[in-house]
Design a protein around this ligand. Structure first.
Ligand SMILES: CC(C)(COP(=O)(O)OP(=O)(O)OC[C@H]1O[C@@H](n2cnc3c(N)ncnc32)[C@H](O)[C@@H]1OP(=O)(O)O)[C@@H](O)C(=O)NCCC(=O)NCCS
Length: 380
C-alpha cells in the first residue's frame, strides 16, 4: 500500500505542469506575457480585442479580410434569445456573476451547435459567446434597474458596444480604446483557476457552454477575478492619498491581504498592470478626479517593502478605478473580466479537446480505516 510518506503532495497544484499549450506564454519571474508569441505590450498598444481574439483562436494575426469576416460574425451574435432574457429577468436580483453563469448555461439550449463538440463548432460557439457575454452583463444591468436592455449596436466595436449598452450613449474614442485595451489584457492567462476549471470540464468531453459556465464560477471568487471590485472598495475607504500608508499598515497588521497585489505566477510586476496604470492616470485627469490615481500610487508606495517578497501589483489593481470612472457599478467589475476572457477559455477548451485526457488527480487520504459499522439503533 502506498503510504502518505511516499507521496509528494502539490497543494493547489502549485508549480505543477499538467499539459502543453501553444496559446499563452508566461514568465512569472521576468514578468513576461505573450499570446501566440506576440508580446502583450504590442497587443495592448497596437491591436484590438477583435484582432487579439482572432489571434488567440486561430494562432495568427488576421488579414484585413479575415478580420472583417470575424468582426461581422461577432456583431451578428450580439442579440440574445428572448428566452435567455426571460431567465435574466427571473434571476435579476442575484450577483451579476451568478446571473452571467445562469444565462450562459441557459444559452446552451438555444445554440444551434449545442450537440456538436467538434473544433469548428466549438470555435463557432466561442465566437457567439464572446458577443453574448457582453450583452448578458449589460442586459442584466438594465433589467435589474427596471429598464429595458439597450439593443446591441450593429456597427460599434466590441468594447464601444459594451459601454454603449450600459446607458445607450456612445462612448468617446478614448474611453472605448481603454475598454478595448482592458479586454485585450484579460483575453487569456494560461492555466489560471477558471481556465483550468474549463479544461477539467472539457476533459470529460462535456461541451463549451458547460466548460465556460464552470469557468465563470471559478472566476467569481476574490482570489481570482473579484479583486478589482475589492480594490475600488479599498480606494474608497482610504479616501485620501495621505491615509494610504496607515490603511495598508493596519491591513497587513491584521494579517489581511491588500487586494490587487500578489500573484500565483508573477513574482515580478504583472506586465498587464502598466497599461491600466496609464489608463487610470489619463482617465482620472480627464474626469477631473485625480485623487483615485494618487490613492492607488500611495498604496503601491506603501507596499514597496513587499516587492522583495515578490508581491507586486496585478492586473486587477488599476482596472477597478477605470471601470468606476466610466460609471460602471462595482459588482460588474468581475463580469467585465469574464467578458474579456471568453476567447481564452474557448481556445483552451479546444486545446483540451485536441489531445483530450480526463483530468483526474489524486488525494492523500488522512482519515481513519477499518472502523466498525454500528447499526443506527445502537449508536449513542
Ligand atoms: C493572488 C493570490 C491568491 C496568490 O496567492 P498564492 O500564490 O497562493 O500566494 P500565497 O497566498 O501563498 O501568499 C504567499 C505569501 O505572500 C503573502 N501575500 C500574497 N498576496 C498578498 C497580498 N495581496 N497582500 C499581502 N500579502 C500577500 C501571503 O500572506 C503569504 O505570506 P506568508 O508566506 O507570510 O503567509 C494572493 O496574492 C492574493 O490573495 N492576492 C490578493 C487578491 C488578488 O489581488 N487577486 C487577483 C489575482 S490576479
Amino acid at each position: 500500500m502506498t503510504t502518505s510518506d511516499d507521496i509528494q503532495l502539490h497543494r493547489g497544484l502549485q508549480g505543477v505542469y499538467f499539459d502543453r499549450t501553444a496559446t499563452t506564454f508566461i514568465d512569472g519571474k521576468e514578468g513576461v506575457l505573450e499570446y501566440r508569441g506576440y508580446s502583450i505590450h504590442d497587443l495592448a498598444t497596437r491591436s484590438t480585442f477583435e484582432e487579439t481574439a482572432y489571434l488567440l483562436l486561430y494562432g495568427n494575426l488576421p488579414t484585413k479580410a479575415q478580420l472583417e469576416d470575424f468582426d461581422a460574425r461577432l456583431k451578428d451574435a450580439r442579440e440574445l434569445p428572448d428566452q435567455v432574457l426571460d431567465v435574466i429577468h427571473i434571476v435579476k436580483d442575484s450577483h451579476p456573476m451568478d446571473v452571467l453563469r445562469t444565462a450562459v448555461s441557459a444559452l446552451a439550449s438555444f445554440d444551434k451547435d449545442r450537440a456538436d463538440n467538434s473544433v469548428e463548432a466549438t470555435y463557432r460557439k466561442g465566437i457567439r459567446l464572446t458577443s453574448q457575454f457582453a450583452t448578458i452583463v449589460m442586459a442584466h444591468h438594465r433589467i435589474r434597474a427596471g429598464k429595458d436592455p439597450i439593443k446591441p449596436s450593429k456597427t460599434l466595436s466590441h468594447a464601444a458596444n459594451f459601454l454603449y449598452m450600459l446607458d445607450g450613449k456612445e462612448p468617446t474614442a478614448a474611453t472605448a480604446d481603454l475598454m478595448d485595451k482592458d479586454f485585450v489584457l484579460h483575453a487569456d492567462h494560461g492555466s489560471n483557476a477558471s481556465a483550468f476549471t474549463a479544461r477539467v470540464v472539457a476533459g470529460t468531453s462535456a461541451d463549451l457552454h458547460g466548460a465556460v459556465t464552470a469557468g465563470i464560477a471559478a472566476l467569481s471568487g476574490p482570489s481570482h477575478g473579484g479583486a478589482a471590485e475589492n480594490v475600488m472598495q479599498m480606494a474608497q475607504e482610504i479616501g485620501d492619498p495621505a491615509n494610504a500608508a496607515q490603511y495598508v499598515k493596519d491591513l497587513l497588521g491584521a494579517r489581511k491581504r491588500v487586494m490587487g497585489f500578489g500573484h500565483r505566477v508573477y513574482k515580478a510586476e504583472d506586465p498587464r498592470a502598466r497599461h491600466l496604470r496609464e489608463g487610470v492616470l489619463k482617465l482620472s485627469e480627464e474626469k477631473g478626479e485625480p485623487k483615485w490615481y494618487a490613492i492607488l500610487e500611495a498604496v503601491v508606495e506603501a507596499m514597496k517593502p513587499y516587492a522583495r517578497r515578490g508581491i507586486h501589483v496585478n492586473v486587477d489593481f488599476f482596472a477597478g478605478v477605470i471601470y468606476y470612472l466610466n460609471g460602471i457599478p462595482q459588482d460588474l467589475f468581475v463580469p467585465i473580466f469574464a467578458v474579456g476572457r471568453v476567447p481564452g477559455w474557448t481556445v483552451q477548451v479546444v486545446e483540451q479537446y485536441e489531445h483530450n485526457i480526463l483530468i483526474r488527480p489524486l488525494l492523500v487520504y488522512t482519515g481513519e480505516h477499518n472502523r466498525e459499522y454500528i447499526p443506527i439503533a445502537d449508536r449513542g
